[in-house]
Design a protein around this ligand. Structure first.
Ligand SMILES: Cc1ncc(COP(=O)(O)O)c(C=O)c1O
Length: 305
């Protein structure tokens, strides 16, 4: 289906197959592509982008951290995203914004000048992960033998392709061991996050998640925490030993693509019932927000038209 897609590339709309770069470009050779992934939701009230403002500012922050210059920012970037979704007529799926160096570079220093910019939109049915997540009640989770990137070696809060080798290795290991997802500990031994997911657990009725510092400042994580406080749940962000996953009442992963994904097996432990009470209440409320039924959270939804 992607053959009918059009892609925003540096201010022009081009067919999907023409959105390409040279293999010797800096972003292919060194992984210097910065990006954002955000979700598109269709409801009877229209098509929305979830927390578009937050995704645009996170991309700007990533670019600043890495000393890169985006050609579009703020409202102009948000408009390019809306226009790409409109032109493709996608009502449910995700948008990927990519800032990249198409210039050829033989050395490690990036080319001078601003980044190139592309915006893609993918429909939910074209994405195997979204289809898979929707079809399952819960997932299995392994504790990775890999450690999360240390913030003293690279800026872990930057969404840049080069950082994702870490999560890729963790997921490959988990898959080989028969698990769907992996969670990594940080270099101090505390729980960090998954390859592209945040992790939450419920312990003695309290919702807990690793503190910021060694993980991505996830927009879904932030939303889940805001929703939980709104629902009157007790929450904590801190240093969590991985052993907490062995006696947690509930565990779930969160991220743009799966939103709230309950864990039904952690290592050799089976959790039941799945989803648990807390996970279900958060998930149900998130679904109400996404379908536009929660007035107080309508500012999280950005109409496409
Ligand atoms: C490392 C990492 N953690 C967490 C997440 C979830 O972040 P968000 O909710 O902003 O999609 C992602 C998303 O891709 C990620 O790459």
């Amino acid at each position: 289906m992607t053959e009918n897609r059009i892609v925003f590339v540096n201010g022009r709309f081009v067919p999907w197959e023409n959105a390409t770069v040279h293999l010797m470009s800096h972003s292919v050779a060194r992984g210097s592509a910065v990006f954002e992934v955000l979700s598109v939701y269709g409801s009877e009230r229209g098509t929305y982008l979830f927390r578009l403002d937050e995704h645009v500012s996170r991309l700007e922050k990533t670019a600043d951290t890495l000393e890169m210059k985006l050609p579009l920012k703020g409202e102009a970037l948000a408009d390019a995203v809306r226009e790409t979704v409109r032109r493709n007529g996608v009502r449910s799926g995700f948008v990927k914004i990519v800032g990249y160096y198409s210039g050829i570079a033989f050395e490690i220093l990036p080319p001078e000048g601003t980044l190139d910019l592309a915006v893609f939109v993918v429909a939910a049915e074209e994405d195997p992960l979204q289809k898979g997540v929707a079809a399952r009640k819960g997932c299995s989770l392994a504790l990775s033998s890999w450690r999360k990137l240390d913030p003293r070696t690279v800026p872990v809060e930057a969404k840049v392709a080069a950082n994702y080798l870490n999560g890729m290795m963790a997921r490959l290991e988990a898959k080989k061991r028969g698990f769907d997802y992996a969670v990594l500990s940080d270099t101090k031994g505390y729980l960090a996050e998954g390859g592209t997911e945040s992790v939450f657990l419920v312990r003695e009725g309290k919702l807990a998640t690793p503190a910021l510092g060694n993980i991505l400042d996830s927009i879904t994580r932030k939303s889940v925490l805001e929703v939980s406080r709104f629902l009157g749940l007790s929450t904590m962000e801190g240093n969590l030993p991985p052993e907490f996953l062995m006696d947690a009442e509930e565990i779930f992963l969160s991220g743009t693509l799966g939103k709230v994904l309950p864990v039904e097996r952690f290592e050799n432990r089976t959790l039941s019932p799945v989803p648990g009470k807390v996970t279900r209440s958060i998930n149900d409320f998130m679904e109400r927000i996404l379908s536009g039924r929660e007035e107080g959270f309508r500012h999280w939804l950005f109409p496409v038209s």
